[in-house]
Design a protein around this ligand. Structure first.
Ligand SMILES: [Zn+2]
Length: 310
């Protein structure tokens, strides 16, 4: 946070920190908006968040490295800020993250009590679309995939939801990337089922493969795959359903949840290579002015609601 505050001070025309809301334990969830400083307010937006799951220690580093590249390495990355702004939320679940490194490094949930004395909800099962399906999450607070007592029962998932809503209402939200670890793969929608295919599947596949291929071209290893496991009530599916045409879960590299310090630099650089290539492809497919169908009616809260038809 100190690093980000200094970055904002030194680059006030291009970096803006905002308090997006508070976690259950009252920690501030901060977003960083990065622009090229030209003052235009109609640009498309790439929204990147990280650290839904407390025990995943690499994603916040990858998110901050991404901010650094866009801001401090501006000359080299100006092309990524011409018609697009970026919004980055490095810590969706600060309470779970702190709990993971202070008490229990396997901790995945947030820290809000649910019921029957249990603590925590899987924030990436707490989103409204297809919430609580038994084939991709659980209604049992003892489960590793507990979806919460209700859709958006948790303050942290509501904060992410509200950022998404702002961006689709203003028609600016084009790409959403959520950073998790560890699997070394870029996954694309849908999360909740393998039996329904997004209408713009080809575009999703092109962007995911652009990311994977950029890493492979540098001698690395990264897969781009259509969702291979069922997960319902996720942020990725929700973003897609309310209006982001490009949505991805980026499972960062690693052999466990807690990368050695000496490995972090290589991992975040590789992640950046992928994200940069994904952004370039997104900008090619969705140039400024592309008409995105507007979500009509209430935002999704029920299991059987249908997504936008792209
Ligand atoms: Zn995760």
């Amino acid at each position: 946070m100190e690093y980000l505050q200094n970055l904002e001070k030194a680059n006030a025309d291009r970096v803006q920190l905002r308090d997006a809301g508070f976690s259950y334990e009252n920690r501030t969830l901060k977003t960083i908006t990065v622009t090229n400083g030209d003052g235009r307010t109609d640009k498309n937006v790439i929204f990147v968040d990280a650290t839904f799951h407390g025990r995943e220690w690499l994603p916040p580093h990858a998110a901050v490295y991404l901010v650094e590249q866009l801001v401090s390495n501006f000359k080299e990355n100006m092309d990524l800020l011409k018609d697009y702004d970026w919004i980055i939320l490095p810590l969706v679940n600060p309470d779970g993250y702190v709990h993971s490194y202070t008490f229990n490094n396997m901790w995945r949930f947030n820290r809000k009590p649910s019921r029957n004395g249990y603590i925590g909800t899987d924030l990436n099962r707490n989103f409204g679309f297809q919430w609580g399906r038994l084939d991709g999450s659980s209604r049992n607070p003892r489960s590793e995939l507990f979806a919460g007592n209700a859709p958006f029962s948790e303050p942290e998932s509501r904060i992410v939801r509200d950022i998404m809503h702002d961006l689709v209402v203003s028609g600016r939200g084009i790409m959403y990337i959520t950073l998790h670890s560890y699997m070394n793969a870029i996954l694309y929608s849908y999360d909740y089922t393998n039996r329904v295919f997004p209408k713009n599947m080809l575009n999703l596949s092109q962007v995911a493969h652009a990311g994977a291929n950029a890493v492979i071209a540098k001698g690395g290893d990264l897969k781009a795959i259509y969702e291979s496991y069922e997960a319902s009530g996720t942020s990725q599916d929700y973003a897609y359903c309310v209006g982001f045409p490009l949505v991805f879960t980026f499972e960062l590299p690693g052999n466990d949840f807690w990368p050695k310090k000496t490995k972090i630099d290589g991992f975040v650089k590789e992640s950046w290579t992928a994200i940069r290539a994904m952004a370039k492809k997104a900008m090619e497919l969705y140039p400024l002015g592309t008409k995105i169908p507007k979500f009509k009616g209430k935002f999704y809260l029920n299991m059987n609601d249908k997504c936008i038809n792209y």
